[in-house]
Write a protein that binds this ligand. Structure first.
Ligand code: AMP
Ligand code: ZN
Length: 488
């Protein structure tokens, strides 16, 4: 089985050849933790969670690194995000690291809600200031960067003079870029408006600042990803991912930094996940067309008529290919809910099927399995994979109705393949599993404590436990086989 990956750098689907056989190094740009992630951000992280799970399922040993941007970041149109850190700090009267902590915790909670696996390493920009300073020094030494008034800029013109081709990822014409860009950011510090900051001098009001050979300042956003990916995956690694909107300038600058430092392409396969739109408009905080993940799950929003379980949201996202735009709407969510329920029902039904080794079924399990793997290895085509899963669902319901047969061997194989695809690769959870596992464990502990209280004739305490749970809508029922509970 050959895995094919669409490489944004070449614009082609290529056969995946890892640098070290059987191993994959993958870096994905993480969130900027100055506010809550919206559902659009979740889609990108979920796309890469599916890719991560697929790679592992296909037998690769993956080192998955996803950073946390906590130092604020620079963009070409000005020190936008750092200003946001500063403004919000004053507004909320919080320490910058308090904001960072608050939204990092929120980010993790949200991803857990949608059953995303944690990456193997989650480095922070503030934890890698030394590495970023060292990289900046190396770029100055090699003649690719220059200091100007306490800031350090990458010299794009020099990079191009040496034939290194700035713009290769975003396919931008460099002459046009030079002609059409004004310097809004560098205040006359830059040699050329396209030059981007590697290190920025901190203004007196700037709170997050570090000592450096160029005075007090803070690192550029593009540099942090180069520093952390190189540190944990090497100067050249297999896969780099992120949302489409990061292609330019962020990833273009990462390529320039990597090539200038090490003389080689830093990444073999660039993967870009497409955007989430809501009611046909891109989800973004700046336009107000956004929804927080929890708002979709609790139903507290103006866009959807009812709440949707996180597993249904996950299923909906995976019904689109990661490179396609996905539009969510009330109708789309309702359709996904229907599909999800049918899929889960089929998995339950499968447990009650009795095999029949006398008759041969026209359903060819081996062919079905091959088609499913072909979809997975064809640039992680989740919608086609799901379509194949639904062929199996149809077959399972025909088995239930006695219209089809399955051999003992095929039944075991079908169960194992279907479970692997649904739970391990797509990362779906049954609604009960996602909802009630922790609650169930907690209630069992409380029931046990109540039983102990009764044994030691502390009826006051045992009644208190029962009554307090009842007030929360949880009714304990004492029966012959012990105590059970009902959620009202
Ligand atoms: P940020 O925290 O702004 O750097 O964004 C984190 C990730 O979310 C980046 O990879 C973005 O490309 C991605 N992203 C932002 N908006 C959307 C959207 N509407 N749909 C999908 N991904 C998005
Ligand atoms: Zn990045």
């Amino acid at each position: 089985m050959q895995l094919k990956i669409y490489n944004s750098l070449t614009g082609e689907k290529e056969i995946f050849k890892p640098i070290l056989e059987g191993n994959v190094g993958m870096y994905v740009c993480g969130p900027t933790v100055y506010s809550n992630v919206h559902l659009g951000n979740v889609r990108t992280f979920l796309s890469f969670d599916f890719i991560y799970r697929s790679l592992m399922h296909l037998g690769y040993k993956v080192r998955y690194v996803r950073n946390i941007t906590d130092a604020g970041h620079l963009t070409d149109d000005g020190d936008v995000n750092n200003d946001r850190f500063v403004k919000q700090t004053r507004l909320e009267k919080l320490e910058p690291m308090e904001i960072v902590q608050k939204y990092t915790v929120d980010f993790h909670k949200v991803l857990q809600l949608f059953n995303l696996l944690p990456p193997n390493i989650e480095p922070t920009a503030t934890g890698h200031i030394v590495e970023q300073i060292e990289l900046t020094q190396k770029l100055i030494q090699k003649g690719f960067a220059y200091e100007s008034n306490g800031s350090v800029y990458f010299d794009v013109l020099e990079y191009n003079k040496r034939g290194l081709n700035y713009g290769e990822l975003s396919k931008r014409n460099i002459e046009e870029l030079f002609a059409n860009t004004r310097d809004l950011d560098g205040q006359g510090e830059k040699k050329n408006p396209q030059d981007f900051a590697l290190w920025k001098k901190a203004s007196p009001a700037h709170i997050m600042r570090w000592n450096s050979p160029w005075g007090e300042g803070f690192p550029g956003w593009h540099l942090e990803c180069t520093a952390m990916s190189t540190k944990y995956l090497g100067e050249t690694f297999d896969i780099h991912g992120g949302g489409m909107d990061l292609k330019f300038p962020h990833h273009e600058c990462e390529i320039a930094q990597g090539k200038a430092c090490n003389g080689a392409e830093p990444v073999h396969y660039w993967m870009h996940a497409n955007m989430l739109t809501m009611n046909s408009q891109r989800m973004s905080k700046s336009t107000g067309n956004y929804i927080l993940p929890m708002q979709l799950v609790t139903g507290e929003n103006d866009f959807f008529e009812k709440p949707f379980h996180p597993s249904i949201v996950r299923f909906c996202f995976l019904q689109a290919h990661y490179r396609s735009v996905l539009d969510i709407s009330n109708d789309a969510m309702l359709a996904s809910e229907k599909g999800f329920i049918r899929l889960m029902e089929a998995i339950k039904v499968l447990n009650d099927i009795t095999p029949n080794d006398e008759k041969q079924s026209p359903f060819r399990l081996d062919e079905w399995k091959n088609k499913a793997y072909d979809a997975l290895t064809d640039d992680f085509n989740s919608p086609v994979l799901i379509a194949h899963l639904f062929e199996a669902v149809k077959y399972i319901f025909a088995l239930k109705d006695g219209k089809e047969t399955v051999s003992t061997k095929d039944l075991e194989e079908l169960k194992s393949v279907l479970n692997a695809f649904v739970f391990d690769v797509l990362g779906l959870q049954t609604i009960e599993e996602n909802n009630n596992e922790k609650l169930d464990q907690t209630l069992k502990v409380l029931i046990e404590l109540r039983n102990q209280a009764r044994k030691s004739k502390n009826f006051e305490l045992s009644d208190q436990i029962r009554d307090k749970l009842l007030a929360e809508g949880i009714e304990l029922k004492d029966g012959r086989d012990g105590t059970s509970y009902v959620l009202n």
